[in-house]
Design a protein around this ligand. Sequence first.
Ligand SMILES: [Zn+2]
Length: 347
Amino acid sequence: MNDEDVAGIDQKRKLFLPSSPDTLDLSSVPDWLPKGKRGAVCFGIDDVHPRTPELYEENGDLNRGVLGHVRWLLQRHEQLRITLFTTADWRQISHIPTRRLLSRTPWLRDRFHLSEILPAGTMRLGRHPHFVQRLQELPRLEIGLHGLNHVRRGRGLPVEFAGLDKDACKRILRESIAIFEEAGLEYVCGMTPPGWDISENLMSAMIDVGLKFVASARDIRTDISPPASTNMSGLKGVSLIYPQFIYDRRLLHITSNFQATSPIDRAIEIIENGGLLAIKAHSLKNSSSHIALDGLDELYRNYLDLLFARLDNIYGNTLWWTSMGEISDRCVNRSASFSTHATEKPS
Ligand SMILES: [Zn+2]
């Protein structure tokens, strides 16, 4: 058994997950799909934040950048809903270390930011009312949380919550929520943690601040089947195609299982298995000479257009076009009503 296996078991024990990924505990999968629907589709975009044209190679213009693609897709697909996982005060300039000497110096490298970062407040949502207004104007959009700054001190640059105790996680979450409220931007009760990283401290903090769902696993490789579980980025051993309660049923988890490089057949297989096709994109295509495979550019947008048309053609009204926030509300409400009935004593 290698270190990764040991770490995987330790992670599952801490997160109250099933003991073996081969025997996924389907009892933690709620009755999530509405009657008459044979599968569902949702679409989430990470790293959404205000931006300046000089910071990245593209997308400086909100009309032509990510929000332009979002608007185009929403116009062409009237049932489509999109969740924008938005960073409250984005400070990342590079996702890799640029302070090379510092990043090679033991002790110091764990205490400082290993790349230049933006001054706090530069991209704070409330300072960009035009951006906030654009988000509010677009139909069928919801906003989820995606960290406060999207940076951390030390190695693992964007993995903001890694290694933090519960109080520190809670402070970050509370400050993020305060920034959303200050900007007048409504949000749903869920998050994709930067770098897909989740810990027991973070989950406990999420529950304390009132969050209900988390999307902290991405797996675009594992073959599709009802008991398939995740084994790629982030949380391992959770359902690949169904929403699933984790952490003693206190949080709903949703896995991202499709991106720009995935074939259409994968999407169809997920739906044929009564699953949730959870598509992921990132708002940055080019950043610090890094090309994100799932960056939302014109090519990815056109592929999604084709995919959505094909799914609509095959499944029509039997496909549930939904969002993570809507799935979470439905599962959490049904779970609460089930527990109430289950604990009611006969009179
Ligand atoms: Zn991110």
